[in-house]
Design a protein around this ligand. Structure first.
Ligand code: G6P
Length: 362
């Protein structure tokens, strides 16, 4: 329910929430900075993280996709192993746990039944849990030992946008704090880099006509669409595909570029849109060859790259941000392309069929 949150001049909550993302990142920076300007998290949460030998991230939907990015942060910055699980599977397919596990639940609403069921179960088993949520006082916040807030403001549109970028930003802060207390130098200034990312998101929000055109050119006459990416881009394209299917009902799938040849490439036929993300230097050439492979089979390819890695013919070039923060920025075109694709199809953008904002049944 939208309650008293106004759309203002926006035609849809989703568009408003997409546009709020630069402010949300800045709000998070403000909320997590101490008087010295350092990003910190509460001492007891940091202690729990430091004591853990492995983190188990549990979430659903978009929050799960943010968790996949968060795993990269914690493993790359802080050197602690992380597993990411879909909550509904975890309940009956519980992995073998490490000696000192810490559970992290990511939930915009803090009310998702699948995630809550796992929280209740691990608490029964005597484990500690941290909930990362947008809603202070939500069920999962109350039932966990610790809470980190997203500070994204109410998210009304069913398709999650600003909560995803907020989750990624908060996970980067969590990872940087764990790294710092372990004496690991992450090699960059996170405050500065998140600021750059917020500015980049703002630039993208000002480029809406570009994304409307991409939606028109690639998606107006298709029933399917593929997204490909490698490394951390793979996680971003999973979210891109989810946004598109949720609100436009176009069958969309995100694939790891390297997996194409193991099956998916069989689906490529004349005119099929393939959106490729290229923000990671180490795999830029590999994803480029995937683009060539699908283009040679007739795909209508749309490359979204990052400045510095861009090549002639790329459909859109994202402003440069720190490589690890690329999903924060790369998701904006995906959100907007999905938005316009849905709009062009006269779909109910804010309340897509069969979906609920917060699913309180298992
Ligand atoms: C529902 C929503 C999704 C959301 C998922 C998890 O399915 O439609 O947008 O990602 O729940 O929600 P949560 O509140 O736990 O993040």
């Amino acid at each position: 329910d939208a309650g008293d949150i106004e759309k203002g001049t926006y035609p849809h909550y989703m568009l408003k929430e997409v546009d709020e993302q630069p402010f949300v990142i800045r709000k998070i920076l403000q909320s997590y900075q101490n008087e010295k300007g350092e990003l910190t998290i509460e001492a007891d949460i940091l202690n729990a993280l430091n004591e853990a030998d492995r983190l188990y991230i549990v979430a659903c939907g978009t929050s799960y996709h943010a968790g996949l990015v968060g795993k990269q942060y914690v493993e790359k910055m802080a050197n602690i192993p992380v597993e990411v699980h879909v909550a509904s599977e975890f309940v009956y397919n519980m992995p073998l746990l490490s000696k000192k596990p810490l559970f992290i639940f990511i939930s915009q609403s803090g009310e998702t039944a699948d995630s809550r069921a796992v929280l209740v179960k691990v608490k029964e088993l005597g484990h500690k849990a941290l909930t990362i949520t947008n809603v202070a006082g939500s069920t999962m916040s109350r039932e966990a030992d610790y809470t980190l807030l997203l500070h994204a403001g109410p998210e009304i549109a069913v398709a999650s946008t600003k909560a995803y970028t907020a989750q990624i930003a908060v996970l980067s802060i969590l990872a940087a704090n764990v790294a710092k207390s372990a004496g690991i130098d992450i090699g960059f200034d996170l405050v500065h880099e998140l600021g750059i990312a917020a500015n980049a998101i703002e630039v993208l929000c000002d480029s809406k006509e570009e994304f409307e055109k991409i939606a028109r050119d690639y998606l107006s006459a298709t029933r399917n669409c593929f997204f490909i990416g490698r490394s951390i881009d793979y996680y971003a394209v999973l979210e891109g595909a989810l946004k598109l299917k949720e609100i436009s009902y176009i069958q969309a799938e995100g694939f790891a570029g390297g997996e194409l040849k193991h099956g998916t490439i069989a689906l490529i036929e004349d005119g099929i849109p393939v959106i490729a993300l290229a923000t990671q230097k180490a795999v830029n050439l590999n994803i480029r060859s995937n683009v060539k492979e699908v283009a040679a089979r007739g795909a209508n390819t749309c490359v979204i790259s990052m400045k510095g890695l861009d090549q002639e013919g790329d459909r859109f070039v994202l402003p440069a941000v720190h490589e690890l923060l690329a999903p924060l920025v790369a998701v904006i075109p995906f959100q907007l392309i999905a938005y316009y694709a849905a709009l062009h199809r006269n779909c109910d953008v804010d309340k897509p069929r069969n979906l609920a904002k917060s699913v309180t049944v298992e």
